[in-house]
Design a protein around this ligand. Sequence first.
Ligand SMILES: Nc1ncnc2c1ncn2[C@@H]1O[C@H](COP(=O)(O)OP(=O)(O)OP(=O)(O)O)[C@@H](O)[C@H]1O
Ligand SMILES: [Mg+2]
Length: 492
Amino acid sequence: MPSKSKPAVPKHADKPERFFKSFKYGPFDRQKEFHHSGAKYRLFGGAAGPGKTKALLYEAIRQAHLHPGVDTLLMRRTYPELEASLLTYFRRDVPRELYEKYNEAKHVVTWLNGSTTRFAYCDSENDVYRYQGAEYLFIGVDELTHFTLKQWQFLSSRNRCSIRKARPCMAGATNPGNIGHAWVKALWVDRVPAPGMDRPDQYDADDYAFIRATIADNPLFKDDTQYHKTLGQLPEALRRAFLDGEWDVYAGQYFDIFAPARHTVRPEQVQLDAWTPRWISIDWGFEHPSAVYWHATRSDGVVVTYREFVQNHLSPRMLAAAIAERSVDRMGRAERVRDVYLSPDAFAQRTADASIAEQLGDGLAAAGLPRPAPADNDRVGGWMLMYQALESDHWLIAENCTRLIENLPTLTRDPANVEDTLKCDGDDPADAARYGLKSALEPGRAPADVVAAERVTAVDPTSRAIWLKKFSAEESRRLVPVIPRRWRPSGW
Ligand SMILES: Nc1ncnc2c1ncn2[C@@H]1O[C@H](COP(=O)(O)OP(=O)(O)OP(=O)(O)O)[C@@H](O)[C@H]1O
Ligand SMILES: [Mg+2]
């Protein structure tokens, strides 16, 4: 019996439409644009349903056929999502005779030319490190806004190939919205470095291509009035995102009322009297930046966050020096700083004998500033307070607090607890501002003795006793909440 001849390896991978004919995939116009883009990082972004996932799958297949024996990777955030999208399309649409084998356990397809495409997911942020050591000519990430900038940056370090003529590249496909909305929008839509990028100076907009799609780009759905109707009934933000691929809105945004024109003020217009008491809030970080804010309450009850300092890799003493150096008014006079609130974890973390808070406190005290107190870390209450302050025009942010102004609109609600925001990289400015507002303005503080015990962390018992006494005296003189309660909604 004549042996069945092995099918030929599909050719012309460098000519997308020709190549895809073997796979019986006829890309729509917008998909063609995506396949033809020569950018190192391309994004197929926009509305629901224009064929983004399908295009991503076929792009990985095409890239795997550009050179024999190369590896490609397709990712989705969770396994059920991977199964319901990329894997389903692969199983359903890719003719069996066009690949050598598919390893079900590892989710790896081996093509006829020996190249592979691996289908992967990373549930937790750190799962991405499973791909350490591997290298991929092409990495495609479906629903890219479900990923963090850190994950993308790590994956991009795996995007390389030892074949001389090969051009490693990556692509994302996504709707607007979700935790990655801000960084994805920055890199591809606004074409600027993303907040939280380590080396913003290395961002090159020419590496990024954005292929924007709307629902009209998929002929299958173009005239589907029922589908249009369903999308049309979604809440405003979701509708604009899913139907029109609109990036200026996004679902789940926490501070949806934040409007720079309304909530920010030029630094020279801040106008605080010299005697106005001020306070400082700090979110301690070393690898992540420390974020520091200076606040004051104007005589009309409006809180102004008027100064920002965000930097990583500073020791507690260096940070204290940087804070002291900046705590001066325009005339160079030391400001009256009443309180310093520091992220509670800094009271637990120790380097050598002393906690971060103690070391920072020593530096601040030497400069005549108060020692830090643990900030109120009630997240839900803090975000709510900030929201109410913005809504009632009782919080203004000076335009020089650029990191905070960038950060606030990027916070999304946590699906597991919609009253909280989802923790993500780069949210240190918002955390620090929250500490500042919540600790100074809300009466719901920890009992004074608990605060004192945490604040008075000196190891030597005598100095501990002295500090404890001093702190209790200070506590009894504490000012009433700085913001008049009248602007708070009833029930607060
Ligand atoms: N070129 C094409 N030819 C035929 N069918 C296609 C093509 N592109 C996409 N489709 C089909 O259109 C539907 C939507 O495609 P796909 O899931 O890729 O869209 P999407 O943009 O990823 O959608 P979502 O926003 O929901 O993730 C799927 O059923 C897919 O098989
Ligand atoms: Mg999709």
